[in-house]
Design a protein around this ligand. Sequence first.
Ligand SMILES: [Fe+2]
Ligand SMILES: [Fe+2]
Length: 211
Amino acid sequence: MSAPSANPSPERTVAPERFVTPAAWADAQLPHLDTLLLEQAHLEKKAAAFAVSFLFRLPLHGALHRQLSKLGREELMHFERTIKLLDQRGIAFAPLHSSNYAAELKKAARRDLEGRLADELLIASIIEHRSHERMSLMTVATRAKEPEVSAFYADLCPSEERHEQLYLDLANLVVDAEAVRIRHAELFEHERRVLHELPFNNRLHSGLPTI
Ligand SMILES: [Fe+2]
Ligand SMILES: [Fe+2]
């Protein structure tokens, strides 16, 4: 593991846009909006736990640790905001089967300590990217008939974009910028395969609909 530097690598990896989901995916989610929102609460809680887990696994680094801590708090605020919306819509908080998306992505992580940490940070970045894409689509799909839900998704999108970049910056602390670029592209390829293999259903990270 490389020694933590004062700043992220000067060759900072900037997230390229890899939006692949058609608008039809979001339109097909509209009859399942309540389930999607219930899952959103679970996802925000998991995202907070994931962020906190990295606080214990990364080398000490003041500036980025503070940003990671802020990210964890933001995810909890998203969680609270989502359960408030569930309350307003009369949806009871309840267990829900996951889509297996994150579990399938993590199967590609390398086993050695450094490789695993770098890969899991990159996978976290990819999850934020896909969440941002899907929530952007839901913002548009719900605008006419569910303006409150549309505003909810729109508010969350900028955070997901920032989280994606922060996880990329953190991966640059663990391995060099070239290794980040190569592995990031490989893991995105894996993610594309996962999206094509997962079924289309009422989950934020479900597979693609057949049109
Ligand atoms: Fe979030
Ligand atoms: Fe996030």
